[in-house]
Design a protein around this ligand. Structure first.
Ligand SMILES: Cc1ncc(COP(=O)(O)O)c(C=O)c1O
Length: 399
């Protein structure tokens, strides 16, 4: 009954782990979930009111498939303000979340046999979407020691005449790395040697960089290559709007037009009400972002401070987004108090769940043995969850 393509598709491990944590909580356990991919803040009131206003004034019908002028102009304003780039309406695409934007881009460009370079650890959906669209993901690993930054030589080796895209994500989920301009320039120079390859730059965590580090947009580093860059972003993370489902992209008009075609046949258009609200988010008061960023930085500090007390774990510096990608190789081969030997990062995640903390095993992100822990929750709960992990690690013995 089902297609081969869909049977190869897996449910995102992040969602699966969040659901397990929820089930345990419903059964009465005080599980703290560090598996979350969204902020715990409420969508700001002025953005919520914009939805109400839009509905009342009858902005409730189909819009242009890839976004009404109201949201496209807001996106243009955002790029001009935050990134000093002037785009035009025909270079902007809006869809039901950044996830759908990326899907539209891949569906519009990938033919069987095309390859897409993805750096590991990676956000789970890149690889699933590429495969679903009939392409072949080519995984380029990074290392803990390099701060999970891509290495130019490895990228060069992974590219061929079949490479259609190189996907770049900075600030990065799950590693928390923020790519410095020289790394971005290295990527651009390498891709420039392959005329059929383009760069998809996922910058959805743009506003979440810490310690005064500034996010650099790929476009800024791509002189001479700008017609081969698709910059992808959205309102989910910056404005606590995950449920509203608005993402956007800016890129060459031919690609944007093709992405619009995909969207017009798949979903019609993103919700009109959400478009109106996202437009207010992008053009209204931006000061909230700075308050949230400061709060997240404190949560990050708490997480790093406590987790670095744990024996057997290596905790990297976290420069952006709201995740740490923790090396658990020191736990592999260790024995729990119940006599079980931990063999994979999945086992380590299960063991932490027994200690009432949900984390996501690194195998979901293509780099093991690691676990991803999120600090997108209340600081006291972050501290408590990390202390439970420290205790659990201290209770392991060498087998
Ligand atoms: C790196 C990355 N890109 C894209 C997305 C998708 O965001 P959206 O909610 O806009 O679909 C996420 C969400 O977790 C993400 O982590």
């Amino acid at each position: 009954m089902l297609s081969q393509r869909v049977t190869g598709l897996s449910v995102a491990a992040t969602i699966a782990m969040a659901e397990r944590a929820k089930a345990l909580r419903n059964a009465g356990r005080d599980v703290i979930s560090l598996s979350l991919g969204e902020l715990d803040f409420d969508t700001p009131a002025h953005i919520v009111s914009a939805a109400n206003d839009a509905a009342k004034r009858g902005f409730t019908r189909y819009t242009a498939a890839d976004g009404a002028p109201i949201i496209k102009n807001a996106v243009i304003e955002k790029f001009a303000r935050d990134n000093a780039i002037r785009f035009h309406e025909h270079e902007i695409h809006v869809a039901g979340g950044c996830k759908q934007v990326i899907y539209n881009a891949l569906a519009a460009t990938i033919d069987p046999g095309d390859e897409v370079v993805v750096f590991a650890p990676y956000w789970v959906s890149y690889v699933e979407q590429v495969t679903f669209c009939g392409g072949t993901p080519v995984i380029v690993p990074t290392t803990f020691e390099s701060g999970f930054l891509p290495d130019r030589v490895s990228l060069e080796r992974a590219m061929s005449s079949r490479t259609k895209w190189v996907i770049v994500n900075t600030p990065n989920n799950p590693s928390g790395a923020v790519y410095p301009p020289e790394v971005l320039k290295g990527i651009v120079e390498t891709v420039a040697k392959h005329p059929s390859a383009m760069i998809l730059s996922d910058e959805i965590y743009e506003h979440l960089a810490y310690d005064g580090v500034r996010h650099t947009t790929m476009w800024e580093c791509a002189q001479g290559m700008r017609d081969r860059i698709l910059t992808v972003n959205g309102v989910s993370k910056a404005y606590a709007m995950t449920g509203w489902r608005i993402g956007f992209a800016a890129g060459p008009s031919k690609l944007i037009e093709a992405m619009g075609k995909v969207q017009s046949q798949a979903t019609g258009n993103p919700s009109s009400i959400s478009q109106a609200s996202a437009a207010v988010a992008l053009t209204g008061d931006q000061s909230l972002i700075e308050d949230w960023r400061a709060e997240l930085q404190e949560r990050r500090d708490e997480m790093v401070r406590v987790l670095r007390l744990a024996p057997r774990l290596r905790v990297p510096d976290i420069c952006g987004a709201f995740y740490a990608y923790v090396d658990v190789s020191g736990c592999i081969g260790a024995r729990t108090m119940d006599g079980k030997v931990l063999e994979t990062d999945f086992d380590v995640a299960e063991y932490f769940l027994d200690a009432d903390v949900a984390v996501v095993p690194g195998e979901a992100f293509g780099m093991s043995p690691f676990v991803r822990v999120s600090f997108a929750l209340d600081r006291a709960r972050v501290g408590e969850a990390c202390r439970r992990i420290v205790t659990a690690c201290a209770q392991l013995s060498n087998s």
